[in-house]
Design a protein around this ligand. Structure first.
Ligand code: ADE
Length: 240
């Protein structure tokens, strides 16, 4: 997979050199590059923003640098272009799975009040377009969202995980949150590991874990629980 990220704060994306994407790069699964949007400016101040038509607070990112950046980065492929914005569709594990099958992703990280809408309207000429939000809160720019999306996607690339089974039981993979986990010692500061986990009874352990997942999800994220998650073994009742 190739990933290009365009930002006016390329240093913000330095963590991509570390740990996970770095590991994917070493394995030859990922080719990732960060680009400074100001590379596509030509005035003395390397201007990327201007005042909004119609008035209002803040500044808007000018279309010309984005146009040239996206012309160049899509010259020899038809990528998925991701505009990170609080006005986008929510980023979920499902979206991460979809993106993990792509050959080329280009992230356009907006700042200020956003990017001139004509860039987004024009973007279908460069590739598939997604406007993606990390959640219902406002960050100072799209860089943290690009980092989060990259991390969630890269760990799904085939061949990235040493043990792909560890992806199967994770929170959100099947719509439920994960069960609680424990390791040694069996007792710590007066807290005991649940006895069932030390019983050696694999059926009982699986049933307990499922029940924990449903109970946790019902309590923390009732919006995620479906009737199909409840089976005869589960004593959890969810208000409907
Ligand atoms: N830029 C600012 N806030 C954002 C958010 N919540 N998600 C994605 N990009 C953003």
């Amino acid at each position: 997979m190739r990933i290009d990220i365009v930002s006016i704060f390329p240093d913000y994306l330095a963590p991509l050199e570390l740990s996970l994407p770095g590991k994917a790069r070493d394995k030859g699964l990922l080719d990732i590059a960060v680009h400074d949007l100001r590379r596509w400016t030509y005035d003395r101040h390397r201007t990327v923003d201007d005042t909004p038509y119609g008035g209002g607070a803040g500044m808007v990112m000018k279309p010309e640098p984005w146009g040239e950046a996206l012309d160049e980065l899509t010259a020899d492929s038809t990528p998925t272009i991701i505009f990170t914005t609080p006005s986008g569709e929510p980023f979920t594990q499902k979206v991460a799975r979809e993106l993990s099958t792509e050959q080329h992703l280009v992230f356009a990280c907006g700042r200020y009040e956003g990017i001139d809408q004509r860039v987004i309207d024009h973007a279908s000429q460069w590739g598939r377009v997604r406007e993606t939000s990390l959640g219902d809160y406002v960050l100072n720019g799209g860089e943290v969202a690009a980092l989060a999306v990259t991390e969630a996607v890269v760990r799904l690339l085939p061949g990235f995980m040493g043990n792909p089974d560890s992806l199967v039981e994770e929170s959100h993979e099947d719509g439920l949150l994960e069960y609680p986990v424990y390791t040694k010692p069996a007792a710590w500061r007066g807290h005991e590991v649940p006895a069932v986990l030390m019983s050696g009874n694999h059926g009982a352990i699986a049933a307990w874990r499922h029940e924990q997942r449903v109970e946790r999800t019902a309590r923390r994220r009732p919006d995620l629980v479906h009737a199909s998650h409840l089976d005869e073994q589960s004593s959890v009742r969810v208000a409907t």
